[in-house]
Design a protein around this ligand. Structure first.
Ligand code: ATP
Ligand code: CA
Ligand code: CA
Length: 413
């Protein structure tokens, strides 16, 4: 199957969900821009004229969710409306997420266009990732590869809202953070059928270059190996044991290696404090010198897309006025945009040292698992080992974080 995922055509099982997501975002996010949803009469700078959370006298306003939007039917944006039936849509903490998008350099108008601008022939439709994780979450990509939508269960959505203030503060203080870039949290509730909560994040592989290998690393060895079945897929995600067998490191050069180790430490410190575990470092590797026959659909989208897809997608000019404080010294030469140190090469980072040229794309994923929310089964033996529940939650995320850091420090050079 295509590594880029399957286009959600009309009649696809996720078709109605996709239309509801797009209609919901177009309206909800459009509203928060103070326009009728048409991103036409404001410059990116104007969208970015946002107050910082600290400038809000009432923090509650910043993290509050507005009323649920009601839609009679979706699909009106398609020339021929394909009704999906009535549904409700909720935009959680829109001010906080709008501010986060600003911090990440994501223009709100572009955000909407990437996610919602499905053409009549379905060309710019979202794509669904064929092999999602064991959790049952669905993953959708925007056609331009910039964004990922992940459906998440209620407790993960709750957790994201709970950690939002601390996460936001961390992102403000750490422009090179490797934590997931969260751009929005929403809920679709069809009149009949199950409600779906989903988060919009940055795609770690925002490129049309072929990702030849991908690794999901946790620092554990137990069961951390891609299965025979998984290896059959072109888009297999290898794990810790596979990485060790690979016998090569991630070559960042001494300076970037140190910033990587330092940043992982800071990011883990926050996760540990929030009692979070089970996260991974996702790494994608592109080998520039490998000859490739692009798959037909890959070729098609690459050729037809005349926009600058090879560029790092998350870079938009920022309003200097608003970009004060800690971030400023990290700004790149034009003093307008900031790009994370780990995304400066077309959304990733090129190798330094090592035998051959490699292009890495990396970041931490899957951080919405609270230790106390893990499956009961996993608790049992640890309960015996550590005694009370209270002890477990303080000890386990710490162990996890230490093991994670320890392993990652051994794989970079
Ligand atoms: P589980 O809980 O079983 O690990 P999950 O449903 O929570 O699974 P994740 O671990 O978040 O899923 O991600 C599953 C896969 O989706 C990853 O291995 C990766 O291939 C892809 N993926 C997830 N997040 C991103 C991202 N931000 N950018 C690119 N790919 C991603
Ligand atoms: Ca995972
Ligand atoms: Ca998960």
């Amino acid at each position: 199957k295509n590594v880029l995922g399957e286009i959600i055509y009309k009649g696809h099982p996720s078709w109605a969900l996709m239309l509801n997501i797009q209609t919901g975002i177009r309206n909800a996010v459009g509203k928060s821009m103070g326009t009728d949803g048409a991103p036409n009469n404001k410059t990116p700078q104007q969208y970015h004229t946002l107050r910082k959370p600290s400038e809000f006298r009432n923090q509650k306003d910043f993290y509050a969710s507005p009323k649920t939007l009601r839609f009679d039917s979706a699909g009106s944006a398609m020339t021929n409306a394909h009704s999906t039936g009535p549904f409700k849509f909720k935009d959680y903490c829109p001010n906080a997420f709008r501010y986060l998008r600003y911090l990440f350099g994501i223009d709100t108008a572009d955000f909407m266009v990437s996610l919602c601008n499905t053409l009549k022939n379905g060309e710019n439709a979202l794509r669904e990732l064929p092999t999602p994780g064991k959790s049952g979450s669905l993953f959708f990509f925007s056609h331009d590869m910039k964004f990922i939508i992940k459906t998440i269960p209620k407790d993960e959505a709750r957790l994201l809202r709970d950690i939002l203030p601390e996460y936001l503060e961390h992102i403000e203080a750490n422009p090179n953070s490797l934590l997931p870039r969260f751009f929005g949290l929403y809920r679709v509730k069809p009149h009949s059928g199950r409600q779906v909560r989903f988060v919009v994040m940055g795609n770690l592989f925002p490129t049309k270059k072929k990702i030849h290998e991908r690794y999901d690393l946790k620092g554990s060895v137990v069961g951390r190996e891609a299965s025979v079945e998984e290896r059959k897929s072109e888009s297999v995600t290898f794990k810790d044991i596979d990485f060790r067998n690979r016998k090569h490191k991630i070559y960042l050069g001494p300076t970037k290696k140190q910033s990587f180790v330092d940043q992982i430490k800071k990011d883990c410190k926050l996760l540990q404090k929030l009692n979070i575990m089970d996260y991974s470092l996702l790494i994608g590797i592109h080998y520039p010198h490998r000859e490739e026959q692009p798959s037909p659909s890959l070729l098609r989208s690459t050729l037809e897309d005349s926009s600058d897809c090879e560029q790092s997608p998350s870079i938009e000019p920022r309003n200097k006025e608003n970009g004060r404080s800690k971030r400023e010294k990290h700004y790149s030469m034009d003093n307008e945009t900031y790009i994370s140190a780990f995304q400066q090469d077309e959304g990733g980072i090129k190798s330094q040292g090592g035998d051959s040229e490699e292009h890495y794309f990396l970041g931490i994923i899957d951080i919405l698992m609270l230790y106390s929310l893990r499956k009961k089964v996993e608790h049992t033996y640890k309960t015996i080992r550590f005694g009370t529940k209270q002890e477990i939650s303080s000890v386990e995320p710490e162990e996890y974080s230490e093991r994670f850091q320890e392993f990652l420090s051994t794989i970079v050079e």
